[in-house]
Design a protein around this ligand. Structure first.
Ligand code: KIV
Length: 272
């Protein structure tokens, strides 16, 4: 049963702003390949994020830093070929936008041209304001990302909750307002106290999509592999697991191996 307040044939950046205005929560999940993106889009998700978390869950790196622009374009173009309805936002990877707005624009243009993605996402506030403005001048929609920004993990040192102290909370609020002023169409708020996240969402007109930011924001995002229970060693408090695919898949693989070894598979009906 759909709980959408309005049916969208295609979700655009404008639809998301409209959803916030109408009090409809926005659903967002990551995807990195054709098959998964087709299932998620078919289920009616509003936004697919081709996240640089692909660096972790697809490539097995410890952080999001190693993934390249070429690799992000590969993942994003696979997703784009699958979707019919949802908006596809693509992460700009580490090193392709910080400190040089021309580089930021060039990277974003490559993503839009070569993958067909609909928007880009960047991590940070005032430090990357020039990059955001320059990307926007080319007509490319930008989603911001504040709070825990995994590309800065070596600055933070840990993946713990951000902005618990007054000073950081104030900077976060200022940055959120700045991203709105610059023209971002939405922002992700990662791992910050729920009270602060709600205050941010209530203070700006663009949608705030939370991950570990409580229910007072305008939408939610999760990493697909986490919510499907494929990454069973990862269990932060904010994560709700909708399946236990790690166990299910292990069982299926074990059964297959057993069937092959015992010559049960293939049987007479499974051959030509
Ligand atoms: O890369 C990613 O998956 C993200 C989400 C955690 C928001 O940025």
């Amino acid at each position: 049963m759909s709980v959408a307040k309005k049916q969208y044939k295609r979700v655009t950046v404008k639809s998301l702003v409209e959803m916030k205005a109408n009090g409809e929560k926005i659903s967002m999940l990551t995807a990195y390949d054709y098959t998964m993106a087709k299932i998620v889009d078919g289920a009616g998700i509003d936004v697919i994020l081709v996240g640089d978390s692909a660096s972790n869950v697809m490539a097995g790196h410890e952080t999001t830093l190693p993934i390249t622009l070429d690799q992000m374009i590969y993942h994003a173009s696979s997703v784009i070929r699958a979707v019919e309805r949802c908006l596809v936002v693509v992460d700009l990877p580490f090193g392709t936008y910080q400190g040089n707005s021309k580089n930021a624009l060039d990277s974003s243009i490559r993503i839009m041209k070569e993958s067909g993605g609909h928007a880009v996402k960047l991590e940070g506030g005032s430090e990357i304001a020039e990059s955001i403005s320059r990307i926007l001048t080319a007509g490319i929609p930008v989603m911001g990302h504040l709070g825990l920004t995994p590309q800065s993990i070596y600055k933070f040192g840990t993946y713990t909750v951000r902005a618990k102290e007054e000073e950081e909370a104030e900077k976060l609020m200022k940055d959120a307002k700045l991203l709105e002023e610059l023209g971002c169409f939405a922002l992700v708020l990662e791992k910050v106290p729920a009270k602060l996240a709600k205050k941010v969402a209530d203070s700006i007109s663009i949608p705030v999509i939370g991950i570990g930011a409580g229910g007072g924001v305008d939408g939610q995002v999760l990493v697909m592999h986490d919510m499907l229970g494929m990454t069973h060693e990862f269990h932060p408090r904010f994560l709700r697991r909708y399946l236990d695919l790690y166990t299910e898949m292990t069982g299926a693989f074990e059964q297959y191996i057993k069937d092959v070894k015992s010559k049960d598979f293939p049987n007479e009906k499974e051959q030509y």
